[in-house]
Write a new protein. Structure first.
Length: 139
């Protein structure tokens, strides 16, 4: 997979126990890059090379927040992320982030389409790539 990075980024990982099984947390110095399930296909997230680091600051913070979430003490995460992907993938992530941000700001203006199990914006709301860039963090 071709990414938009110019140079090779190094990634560290650590594993943690959770109520949903063992999780493999992967991060660079820029932020959290992936969370893999215990029996996840290692080819699903291609972020080589990976080096185990139990003391990586991003991984420790991700583990702390996940533990708090599973314990019911945390509802919203505040982690830095390292989004590595193609421009198309980043555009999809921006759209998802904008949709979630809009949902948080005014959930009553959204209606849930029960048949398709998706949230639909109100008819007067326009989501385009320019508005996504303005309303979401850089990916």
């Amino acid at each position: 997979m071709k990414t938009t990075r110019d140079k090779q980024t190094s990634y560290s990982y650590k594993t943690m126990k959770s109520p949903v099984g063992r999780l493999k947390l992967v991060a660079s110095e820029r932020g959290l890059a992936a969370i893999q399930w215990e029996n996840d296909d290692p080819k699903r997230v291609r972020l080589a090379p990976l080096v185990e680091d139990e003391n990586h600051s991003v991984l420790l913070e991700a583990e702390r927040q996940l533990n708090d979430y599973f314990a019911g003490k945390l509802k919203r995460f505040s982690l830095r992320f390292d989004f590595a992907g193609t421009e198309f993938q980043k555009e999809v992530w921006r759209a998802l982030a904008a949709t979630l941000a809009a949902w948080r700001r005014k959930p009553s203006c959204w209606k849930l389409n029960q048949e398709r199990s998706i949230a639909q914006p109100p008819p007067n709301m326009t989501i385009n790539s320019e508005s996504l860039r303005e309303s979401t963090p850089d990916l």
